[in-house]
Design a protein around this ligand. Structure first.
Ligand code: TMP
Length: 220
C-alpha cells in the first residue's frame, strides 16, 4: 500500500484556493490515487454542524477555538486518519494553520493555548507521540485589499468574510508567521496572478514536492 498524502490549502477569504480543488483532484486521480476531498471546519456530520455554529454565531475567541478544534478532532478520527492509513490523498480545504491565522492572529487569541489544543487534538501518533500535520500546505497569499475586492458581491458574507480589511491583514500576517515557522511544509502561491498562472504554480509545486509520483505519497 502507498503512503497517504495529507495536503492542505490555506489563505485568507477571497484568495481563490478552493477554485483549484477540482483540478487538483483530477490530477491525483489521473495518477491512480484515491482522493478524499474535505474541508475544515467540517468534513463529518458533527463537524459540519459545528461549522454552522462557528460561521454564523457570535462567540468569544476561546469558545470559537474550542469548537474548531472539537470539529477537527472528529474530522481526524473519522476521516483523515483512516484515509491516510489506506494510502489515500487527503485534499483538505483549511486545517490548523487557519486556527492560528484567524483565532490567533485575527482575533488576537493566545497562541500558546492554541498550541496546547493542537497537541491534544493532533498529538499522540505512534510510539513517538508525533503531531499529525499536513505533508504539504499550499498557502494562497493575496493582499487583503485585493481579496476584499474579489469577495465583494460574490455571495452573502459569513461571520469572517464580513470582517474589515484590518482583520484580514492580521490573518495574512498570521499565515506568514506560521509559514516561516514551518518552511519545509509550506509552499507560497502568489494568488495575485491570473487563475491559469496560479494553477501553474500549484502544479509546479506538487511536481517539485514529489506529490504526483505514482503511488508513493509525499517525500518529506
Ligand atoms: P471557508 O470559507 O474557506 O470554507 O472557511 C470557513 C471560514 O472559517 C473562513 O473564514 C476561515 C474560518 N476558519 C477559522 O476561523 N478557524 C479555523 O480553524 C478554520 C479551519 C476556518
Amino acid at each position: 500500500m502507498s503512503e497517504g498524502l495529507f495536503l492542505t490549502l490555506e489563505g485568507i477569504d477571497g484568495a481563490g484556493k478552493s477554485s483549484h480543488l477540482d483540478a487538483m483532484e483530477a490530477l491525483f486521480k489521473a495518477r491512480g490515487r484515491t482522493v478524499v476531498r474535505t474541508r475544515e471546519p467540517g468534513g463529518t456530520p458533527l463537524a459540519e454542524t459545528l461549522r454552522g455554529l462557528v460561521l454564523e454565531q457570535a462567540m468569544d475567541p476561546l469558545t470559537e477555538s474550542l469548537l474548531v478544534f472539537a470539529a477537527r478532532r472528529d474530522h481526524i478520527v473519522q476521516v483523515i486518519e483512516p484515509a491516510l492509513a489506506r494510502g489515500d490523498v487527503v485534499l483538505c480545504d483549511r486545517f490548523t494553520d487557519a486556527t492560528f491565522a484567524y483565532q490567533g492572529a485575527g482575533r488576537g487569541f493566545d497562541t500558546q493555548l492554541l498550541s496546547t489544543l493542537e497537541q491534544w487534538v493532533q498529538g499522540g501518533r505512534g510510539a513517538a507521540g508525533l503531531l499529525l500535520q499536513p505533508h504539504i500546505t499550499l498557502w494562497f497569499d493575496l493582499a487583503p485589499e485585493i481579496a476584499a475586492e474579489r469577495l465583494a458581491g460574490a455571495r452573502l458574507p459569513d461571520k469572517f468574510e464580513s470582517q474589515p480589511v484590518e482583520f484580514f491583514r492580521r490573518v495574512a500576517a498570521g499565515y506568514a508567521a506560521r509559514a516561516a515557522a514551518d518552511a519545509p511544509r509550506f509552499v507560497r502561491i502568489d494568488a495575485s496572478q491570473t487563475r491559469d498562472q496560479v494553477w501553474q504554480q500549484v502544479e509546479t509545486a506538487l511536481v517539485a514536492r514529489g506529490a504526483l509520483a505514482p503511488a508513493t505519497g509525499a517525500a518529506r
